[in-house]
Write a protein that binds this ligand. Structure first.
Ligand code: ATP
Length: 356
């Protein structure tokens, strides 16, 4: 396993920047995810790490070795794509063995390596099956085995689960994470699915328009988003616009456009936020941090939407200038109906302040 360093890397396609001035350090053994909406530059970055694109500017290093202009087959990387690109009429073993044959390993060595990796992806007895006789999840594990059997220094995964249905996606996500941590291999994962990114990654890079917006652990990104884009993209959040009306030690008092007051803590705010009286501010409140009844920041509004998901009761509550999504987890209380008034509260520590 190797570390990956990206130094000032840009990739231009004519006038368009795929990515711009990217700087990034991925540690050896880390599970690192590129997350962002379509077109933000995830695949372009991955392709430069793989060697399928060369950067227009900047350098890429594996450990301390500069690989910026090294062709893909000299980089010792394993790759898995969205459409696994397996040979459908060949057996599982023939597919897995492909990269080893290209590298001219002996027959005995190939069989030994293929048997071992097949066990690791939980397909021990499937060696002689044809690919078109396997389920989508099993095919995905063959693709993973084929990438891993060459013992790569770095594993690159580009939306590897998007062809699977929801349940299988969750199962395969657990499998990939298990195999990755057992092997301790440096893994770079591309997805636009924030749940997947949160569940699997050691660290996440959130991208937008070819730029890095934030790099951090799933918890940092979720609880301490740097701006509204990240707060919105990672999980659901309510964003309420207001103005700072007063500051009293650690407490910040914000007034909304319709005159409601919220109180929160100074330390619960994005590092780029300056906290001056009169500043415009966005208050981010996660739906699950809102509770029923009176408490800190008590508000009463009208219910405009209700759904019961089993795990939670979700409401949308209208407060004239804004509405709030409210998620009441494991509630055995009577579920309220559309049109009813509801009183909610938000702990002072659960408000998070973001600037523009
Ligand atoms: P998706 O999730 O849709 O795959 P992405 O985040 O992987 O998106 P990229 O494929 O890296 O995004 O694209 C980043 C930007 O670069 C986009 O504006 C895209 O149109 C542009 N781009 C990517 N590849 C090319 C190319 N070969 N020629 C021209 N423009 C390209």
């Amino acid at each position: 396993m190797k570390s990956v360093k990206i130094e000032n890397v840009s990739k231009q396609f004519g006038q368009v920047y795929g990515v711009k001035n990217l700087n990034l350090d991925i540690k050896a053994g880390e599970f690192f995810t590129f997350l962002g909406p379509s077109g933000c530059g995830k695949t372009t970055t991955l392709r430069m790490i793989a060697g399928f694109y060369y950067p227009t500017n900047g350098h890429i290093l594996f450990d301390e070795q500069d690989v910026t202009r090294l062709p893909p087959n000299k980089r010792n990387i394993g790759m898995v794509f969205q459409n696994y690109a397996l040979f459908p009429h060949m057996t599982v073993d023939e597919n897995i063995a492909f990269g080893l044959q290209v590298r001219k390993f002996s027959k005995a060595e190939i069989q030994h390596k293929v048997d071992r990796i097949r066990g690791q992806v939980h397909l021990a007895t499937y060696g002689k099956r044809k690919i078109n006789e396997l389920s989508g999840g099993q095919q995905q594990r063959v693709a993973l085995a084929r990438a891993l059997v060459i013992e790569p220094d770095i594993l690159l995964l580009d939306e590897p689960l998007s062809n699977l249905d929801a349940k299988l996606r969750e199962e395969t996500r657990v499998e990939i994470k298990r195999i990755q941590s057992e092997l301790g291999i440096t893994t770079i994962y591309v997805t636009h699915d924030q749940m997947e990114a949160m569940a699997m990654s050691d660290r996440i890079m959130v991208m937008e328009n070819g730029d890095i917006k934030q790099i951090g652990t799933p918890q940092e990104i979720y609880h301490r988003p740097i701006n509204r884009f990240v707060a919105n993209f990672i999980g659901e959040t309510n964003l309420i616009e207001g103005t700072i009306e007063a500051i009293d030690g650690e407490d910040i008092q914000v007034i909304t456009t319709n005159g409601l007051i919220f109180i929160g803590r100074k330390q619960q705010s994005s590092p780029t936020f300056t906290h001056m009286i009169g500043d415009k501010v966005f208050i981010s409140i996660r739906p699950e941090s809102i509770h029923l009844g009176a408490g800190d920041n008590t508000l009463t509004g009208k219910i405009t939407f209700v759904e019961f998901t089993g795990i939670s009761v979700n409401y949308i509550v209208d407060f004239t200038a804004f509405s709030l999504k409210v998620m009441i987890i494991h509630s055995y209380d009577q579920i309220k109906s559309i049109g009813e008034d509801i009183t909610i509260n938000v702990a002072y520590d659960s408000l998070y302040f973001l600037g523009e």
